[in-house]
Design a protein around this ligand. Structure first.
Ligand SMILES: [Zn+2]
Length: 388
């Protein structure tokens, strides 16, 4: 039976301790026109369900489909940033975009959930460092260097890289990392090839994160980190956000999801436009795939703590970027269930606070204090307030 949070865990959750390092939620606002300030019937995360789950901050990720938006990936990332700014304008008492520790503290004091703008994959930079500055001006504070598509300056963890792709980071890739250090943008190494991971770690003067990955020791999937990677990340002060995606957490769950994707019902979804298709896929996966017990996610978190240490593990759900979460962790109202499970498996309340968000927040604070301390919108992009 789904465990209810104990009074002590509930008291912790009431302080909104969760810092989720990766959620693709804003795509639903852009493509489906959903108001994420209301409780939404589909998808994983909105401000209402987040608050119920103790969410204090999350990285609002602009993922740009490299094929669908190959002609102008920057415009797509811009549209997603616009939607995030628009959400903040619509709900100024409940959600705020923040660019540094002082703004995060103010948002928390005012009872707002904080959004930190991120881009998943460096392709919207189109090989230009000035683009990094432009996105920074618009609020970018977390850049996942590479998604599943290899770039001429950084190799992804996926197979199939051509001869023109370096084994890790190219010289330009190293420049990107150094420039991010200068500006105060967190380097995110989920999706990176192992060599890219180690090159970036070596290049970065500041702690880095792997925002949404699991442990390779528990499931040998290229998106997961080896114990050596977990240790290297921790040695440099970084944090891994453990992903909620069953297919990354467990070989059996991966096979089960592949089985569902081979059914006629799943293939029939191909007729739908991409955003509708994704939502319908979430519903179908939840209906047809046998659930992955939440304990498996707890196993990954505890393994990462064993290897990397209690100060180097956090959460990166990948909500709204994945078809489903583990059982009992179906959406953003469920972080409390995870907290209770971790507490029952032996995490003290102070340690729980670190894992739910404190560790990830530490890296954000440290890195963003380095660059500009003023987070601002360029006027051309400032959306009109549309009411509270
Ligand atoms: Zn991802």
């Amino acid at each position: 039976m789904r465990p209810d949070p104990s009074p002590a865990v509930r008291a912790l959750l009431s302080r909104l301790p969760v810092f989720d390092a990766h959620a693709d939620t804003i795509g639903r606002a852009v493509d489906l026109g959903e108001d994420l300030g209301s409780r939404t019937e589909s998808g994983h995360l909105d401000l209402v369900r987040g608050r119920e789950g103790g969410l204090g901050a999350f990285v609002v990720v602009a993922w740009v489909d490299p094929e669908l938006f190959a002609a102008d990936p920057r415009a797509r990332a811009d549209a997603m940033f616009d939607a995030a700014h628009d959400l903040a304008c619509r709900h100024p008492t409940r959600f705020r975009l923040v660019g540094n520790a002082a703004e995060l503290d103010r948002a928390r004091a005012d009872g707002c959930i904080s959004g930190i703008l991120g881009i998943e994959g460096g392709h919207p930079l189109e090989g230009r460092l000035d683009r990094l500055h432009e996105f920074f001006e618009r609020g970018l504070r977390v850049l996942t260097l590479v998604w599943n598509n290899h770039l001429p300056w950084v190799r992804s963890c996926r197979d199939g890289a051509g001869a023109d792709i370096p084994p890790g980071l190219s010289e330009f890739g190293r420049e990107v990392v150094s420039e991010m250090n200068q500006l105060g943008i967190v380097v995110d190494l989920s999706h990176a090839a192992e060599q890219s991971f180690h090159d970036a770690l070596e290049q970065s003067a500041h702690p880095v994160i792997a925002s949404h990955s699991g442990c390779r020791a528990l499931h040998d999937h290229p998106r997961n980190l080896t114990d050596a990677q977990l240790r290297a990340l921790a040695d440099r002060g970084g944090v891994v956000g453990i992903v909620f995606h069953p297919g990354f957490l467990d070989a059996g769950a991966r096979a089960e999801e592949a089985r569902v994707r081979a059914t006629p019902a799943w293939r029939a979804l191909d007729a739908l436009p991409p955003a509708e298709r994704f939502l319908a896929g979430q519903a179908l996966m939840r209906r047809d795939a046998s659930p992955l017990p939440a304990a498996r996610l707890v196993d990954h978190i505890l393994h990462a703590i064993d290897v990397a240490g209690i100060d180097h593990v956090g959460l990166g759900s990948d909500f709204d970027g994945i078809d489903r979460g583990p059982e009992w962790l179906e959406d953003a109202s469920c972080y409390g269930t995870l907290a209770e499970l971790l507490h029952r498996r032996g995490l003290s309340l102070p340690d729980l606070e670190k894992v739910l968000g404190g560790n990830m927040e530490r890296v954000f604070r440290e890195v963003t204090s380095i660059g500009s301390d003023a987070f601002h919108l360029t006027p051309r992009n400032r959306p009109e307030p549309v009411g509270v």
